[in-house]
Design a protein. Structure first.
Length: 148
């Protein structure tokens, strides 16, 4: 039996990610890169991707890097998004790509978990359009909630 990829895991547990047909380009502990294809069903009033679809893209990219970075901790803690802030910088048109990076080292976060704490850590996500222009930046604060 093969282990599902992070993209397969997200698609099976987060129906919204599957609905948007997100493409998983890279999912490592260092970086997660997801693409939202250009789909008219998810356009806004100016024919670009709807803000809600871009939010979901960015939040999904952050979830992928969290799963990749902390997969070995899932038996003792549940990753949960605590809060998110997004800034829309430029008009997004066509397909958009989200690139997520961790704001703290894995070792720091795991050390807090080992100490019996509930660590929090930021994940920064840049959303770009095909020409490379940054259309949005999102910061999601995640926690690893220890199992009871």
């Amino acid at each position: 039996m093969t282990t599902p990829s992070i993209g397969q895991l997200l698609d099976s547990t987060v129906p919204m990610a599957r609905t948007l047909k997100l493409e998983y380009l890279e999912t490592t502990p260092e970086r997660a890169v997801l693409r939202l294809p250009d789909q008219p069903a998810f356009h806004n009033h100016v024919a670009g991707p709807h803000a809600g679809a871009m939010f979901t893209l960015a939040e999904s990219a952050s979830g992928c890097i969290v799963l990749a970075a902390f997969s070995d901790q899932l038996s003792r803690a549940v990753p949960l998004a605590v809060k998110a802030e997004i800034a829309y910088k430029k008009l997004a048109m066509g397909e958009v790509t989200a690139t997520a990076t961790l704001g703290r080292t894995i070792e720091e976060v795991v050390a807090e978990l080992d100490a019996g704490e509930r660590p929090e850590f930021p994940v920064t996500v840049e959303i770009t359009r095909a020409d490379g222009a940054v259309t949005g930046v999102m910061t999601i604060t995640w926690t690893l909630r220890p199992n009871a």
